[in-house]
Design a protein around this ligand. Structure first.
Ligand SMILES: Cc1cc2nc3c(=O)[nH]c(=O)nc-3n(C[C@H](O)[C@H](O)[C@H](O)COP(=O)(O)O)c2cc1C
Length: 209
């Protein structure tokens, strides 16, 4: 099993996945890692939906793809590359994002992270589900499997939650499409650490970065 820091520093968004099945004992390990996460007051109001049904995945992919056409594609076409990236790299990212859009439903397993957050979730509601999501991403990587944290579907959240049969007061916060990676894990594109860390007051450099 790789070291945690190796896992974190090579956990690229793996958007190209093989359709080959993933053994259930590995999915269980990933789910267990999710449940080990902290949640506010240890309330554990999460529910994890393991989705394998091709019809359900396809229904959701239709909305996911529509959102690419309506929002994501146009944004990539007009926005500047993020820190640590460049035009060519950003274009490759967009190509991978489009690939996942077209093949979303072909990932053999999805884990949908849901939260019993009530009718009017507070600003911090996500803080009780995203640690579990990140734990599951890390576990997936540690097992040699690929995934990407995706939240785009919330653009049609009502429609997608209905497809999953979620009851009132429960919402989906992320979908992890999981499968064996086609590409390789590798270094991440991030800006310099010194650009985002301050000491004591905003704008004052933290030394030795
Ligand atoms: C809140 C959040 C939502 C995201 N939603 C999507 C998504 O819907 N589709 C997608 O392809 N990637 C999604 N991503 C993945 C990011 O684009 C990815 O983490 C970022 O490009 C960095 O990629 P890297 O870790 O491979 O460098 C999301 C990431 C986060 C943190």
């Amino acid at each position: 099993m790789p070291d945690l820091f190796d896992v974190m520093s090579t956990m690229r968004a793996m958007r190209r996945l093989k359709p080959d099945p993933v053994p259930d004992d590995l999915i269980k390990k990933i789910l267990q890692a999710g449940q080990w996460a902290p949640s506010g007051g240890n309330a554990q109001r999460w529910r994890f939906l393991v989705v394998k049904d091709p019809e359900i995945k396809k229904k959701v992919q239709v909305y996911y793809s529509r959102l690419y056409d309506e929002q994501i594609g146009p944004r990539y076409a007009t926005s500047a590359p993020p820190p640590g990236s460049d035009a060519a790299r950003y274009q490759r990212q967009n190509a991978a994002v489009k690939y996942l859009t077209d093949h979303y439903h072909e990932a053999p397993v999805w884990i949908v992270a849901c939260l019993e957050d009530g009718e009017n979730p507070s600003r911090t509601a996500g803080a009780s589900i995203y640690p579990a999501v990140q734990n599951m991403c890390l576990a997936t990587r540690a097992l040699g499997l690929g995934t990407t944290l995706t939240t785009r579907h919330v653009g049609y959240g009502k429609e997608v939650d209905a497809i999953f049969g979620l009851p009132p007061g429960v919402h989906s916060y992320a979908i992890l499409p999981i499968g064996w990676p086609i590409g390789r894990f590798g270094p991440l594109g991030r800006g310099p650490l010194k650009d985002v860390v301050y000491q004591d007051q905003w704008g004052k450099p933290y030394p030795d970065l």
